[in-house]
Design a protein around this ligand. Structure first.
Ligand code: ADP
Ligand code: ZN
Ligand code: MG
Length: 464
């Protein structure tokens, strides 16, 4: 049952920036593939007397690039504050977090309230009681949106575009868990609930769907939605109450006397503006107008930078060979058969390391009718092995479609001989049986013939 509900969703998104060193010290930011507590120093473990170095400038530039992409204005200066809380993952007893740097931005229909920079805490293993400070002081930004998304699906679309932008800018760490989302949701003008620390887009979508229904039920039973922080349980797809929301004062924000305020000069912003690549939204619009492809296809292509690149390179390759194929056909092929194989393997195009020239060659063969749908798919699957080109594979697997009538006739004869019953069935009036017989011939040739040719041959033979 669908109940009409007005939904408001606002997101607070933490993104780990792609930098080599930490935010206030020179330790490497790799905290995953190393022994615990190896990439640490007196600064990021908060030893008495250790003073932070100046703010990592590359991290600040990454933030500004993201801010430019999100159409933000920038404050000239921003103070680093200490946000106090007590937890073993925080060696200093406070988290350094800046005041807003970018403000008043927009992505699609969603207003961006602000972006600021902060340090990631370490990792505390509650069950073992162990702590690993490799992650402590890794540069993070937090992007805060206004509550402008009107459904869980809106939130997912927003996050997908944001992720694509981070990719285009090479600004976010591209590994699982590098983006963590706090999702705020209210329904019908009621109190908002915050679901903390969700680390996948599917998780955000599932948590929001769960909350819509949970909050509807609270209201239907005559209750009121409580202002609270909830935790998302990935295994059950449900949210669980953690605590009543703490107020800002609980953190006792204080300016950090150890680090000077961040300066953001107009020159710095201008310089970075000039280095901005074409972003997904602009690219999609160009694909639509220049290549005349369907808007939803353009959108799918640009969501993965490497796929967008593949699309344009394939068109270029085709034209360099003096051929012309409508761009829409290329787009449909990438979005259809190619994406299907990638999704099946849970791979991005970049991860597949598929060779663009080979893909072009395969597509051209298919487009010329040298391969059937099934034949093309088989060659594509074999291309993932990266050992041979499509021509060689197609020849070896004998997938090239044949127009040799005597060969096709041989297959038809063989099939008809073994399908006496089906023929009688057809001749006694069951039209559908003909398609079955055609299918058997195509199967025998492993998809190397056109069904029309086969059908005509069969009809000629059995009418005789
Ligand atoms: P607080 O000051 O309590 O942290 P904010 O106003 O700063 O609350 O908002 C935090 C997040 O909650 C923002 O992402 C914002 O978009 C979102 N939010 C605010 N009000 C609502 C609401 N009524 N429904 C859903 N999300 C909301
Ligand atoms: Zn350090
Ligand atoms: Mg807040």
């Amino acid at each position: 049952m669908v109940i009409m509900t007005e939904i408001m969703v606002g997101l607070e998104i933490h993104v780990q920036l792609k930098t080599n060193s930490k935010l206030f010290c020179s330790c490497p930011t790799n905290y995953r593939d190393v022994e615990p507590n190896t990439n640490i120093c007196p600064i990021c473990t908060g030893q008495p007397g250790a003073k932070p170095l100046g703010l990592n400038k590359h991290a600040l530039e990454q933030l500004i690039k993201i801010g430019i992409a999100l159409k933000c204005e920038f404050n000239n200066t921003s103070v680093i504050q200490r946000k106090h809380y007590f937890y073993p993952d925080l060696p200093t007893g406070y988290q350094r977090t800046s005041k807003p740097i970018g403000i008043n931005g927009k992505l699609g229909n969603v207003r961006i309230r602000e972006i600021h920079i902060e340090e990631d805490p370490g990792r505390y293993e509650l069950r073992l009681g162990t702590v690993d400070y490799n992650r402590a002081n890794v540069p993070l930004i937090e992007i805060v949106t206004e509550p402008d998304m009107k459904s869980p699906a809106d939130a997912r679309v927003f996050l997908e575009e944001l992720e694509a932008i981070l990719n285009y800018l090479d600004a976010g760490r591209d590994e699982p868990g590098s983006m963590r989302v706090d999702a705020n949701i209210s329904i019908d003008g009621g109190t908002r609930v915050e679901v903390k620390n969700i680390n996948s887009f599917k998780g955000v979508y599932d948590a929001l769907m769960y909350e819509v229904i949970r909050q509807q039920n609270v209201i239907r039973r005559g209750g009121k939605v409580q202002m609270e922080t909830r935790h998302f349980d990935e295994s059950t797809g449900s949210t669980i109450s953690m605590r009543k929301k703490e107020t800002e004062e609980d953190y006792r924000y204080l300016p950090d006397p150890d680090v000077p305020p961040i300066q953001i000069s107009g020159d710095m912003i201008q310089e970075l503006k000039e280095k901005m690549p074409e972003l997904p939204r602009a690219k999609a619009e160009r694909f639509e107008t220049h290549y005349k492809i369907k808007p939803d296809d353009a959108w799918i292509l640009v969501m993965e930078m490497e796929i967008a690149k593949l699309f344009e390179e394939m068109i270029y390759n085709i034209e360099s060979q003096g051929e012309f194929i409508e761009a829409q056909k290329v787009a449909s092929w990438i979005r259809g058969p190619l994406k299907k194989q990638l999704n099946y393997r849970k791979m991005t195009f970049a991860e597949s390391q598929l060779n663009t020239s080979w893909l072009t060659e395969l597509f051209v063969m298919f487009n010329k009718g040298e391969l059937s749908d099934r034949g093309m798919e088989q060659v594509l699957i074999a291309l993932f092995e990266k050992k041979k080109g499509p021509k060689e594979i197609a020849n070896e697997l004998q997938l090239i479609k044949t127009n040799d009538l005597s060969e096709i006739e041989r297959y038809v004869d063989e099939t008809l001989e073994s399908q006496q019953k089906a023929i009688e069935d057809y001749l006694s009036g069951n039209e559908k049986t003909l398609n079955f017989i055609v299918g058997q011939v195509i199967k025998a040739t492993r998809g190397r013939v056109d069904s029309k040719v086969v059908k005509e041959l069969i009809l000629k033979k059995i009418k005789r």
